[in-house]
Design a protein around this ligand. Structure first.
Ligand code: FES
Length: 235
């Protein structure tokens, strides 16, 4: 028996896998021992298609792509959180009035130049403020007025400082529709609002007309006999 030389090394030919096919076909040309002449037998071997895994490996794989997406989303989230924090801080900061605005919220007035029986008008928080130096007669009228006659009953003592009955400080805004009343006029000698005819007495209480409430008394404190600070209750 003559051994036929292997005509060639085994030839491996992997057929190109058709895209989408589950496997590739490897055709092996195997030598066969025979007498006289050589014969070749062909064996078909199914080889799995590893292309899918190769592509994943090249691209980082599914888990790698997911991790990359998480990293991008996480970085963007941190950026958005930082921007939101900055915006909230700036917004809250804008809500805090500046020092000069806070200073304007209070006004200090020298009342030593306001003669008895006269009224000084100053601007406080954008509104007129009446500081009235009442006479003894005006104080007596305010204290003796019967509360039962009033629309918004309030004793005079509750609208001024106990030790300074001569000073009445009220906002110069009519409680009807916001006009500025005229001092020393009206049926009660206090203020008269010409817009719709409201009369206030010498304690700034509504006595007649459409206004529903007394003139508002703001917070204030006397720093001494001549200085009054409006806007606060104490110093
Ligand atoms: S606004 Fe003063 S009476 Fe109407």
């Amino acid at each position: 028996m003559k051994r036929t030389a292997i005509s060639a090394a085994a030839t491996l030919r992997a057929s190109t896998a058709v895209s989408g096919s589950a496997s590739a076909t490897l055709t092996r040309m195997a030598p066969v021992l025979s007498s006289g002449s050589s014969k070749r037998e062909v064996h078909e071997i199914n080889v799995p298609d590893w292309g899918h895994y190769k592509r994943e490996a090249q691209e980082g794989g599914e888990s790698g792509g997911r991790a990359f997406s998480y990293m991008v989303l996480g970085t963007a989230g941190v950026g958005y959180a930082a921007a939101a924090k900055h915006t909230v801080i700036k917004f809250l900061d804008s809500m805090n009035p500046a020092a000069n605005v806070r200073a304007m919220a209070n006004v200090e007035v020298d009342v030593s130049n306001i003669a008895e029986g006269t009224i000084m008008t100053v601007k406080w928080r954008g509104k007129p403020l009446f500081i009235r130096h009442r006479t003894a007669e005006e104080i007596a009228d305010a204290e003796s007025a019967p509360l039962t006659d009033m629309r918004d009953p309030c004793p005079d003592a509750a609208r001024r400082k106990a030790d300074k009955p001569e000073w009445l400080i009220v906002l110069g805004v009519c409680t009807h529709l916001g006009c500025v009343p005229l001092g020393g006029q009206g049926e009660y000698g206090g203020w008269f609002c010409p817009c719709h005819g409201s009369h206030y007495d010498t304690a700034g209480r509504i006595r007649k007309g459409p206004a529903p409430l007394n003139l508002e008394v703001p917070p204030y404190v006397f720093k001494d006999d001549s200085k009054v600070l409006v806007g606060v209750d104490s110093v």
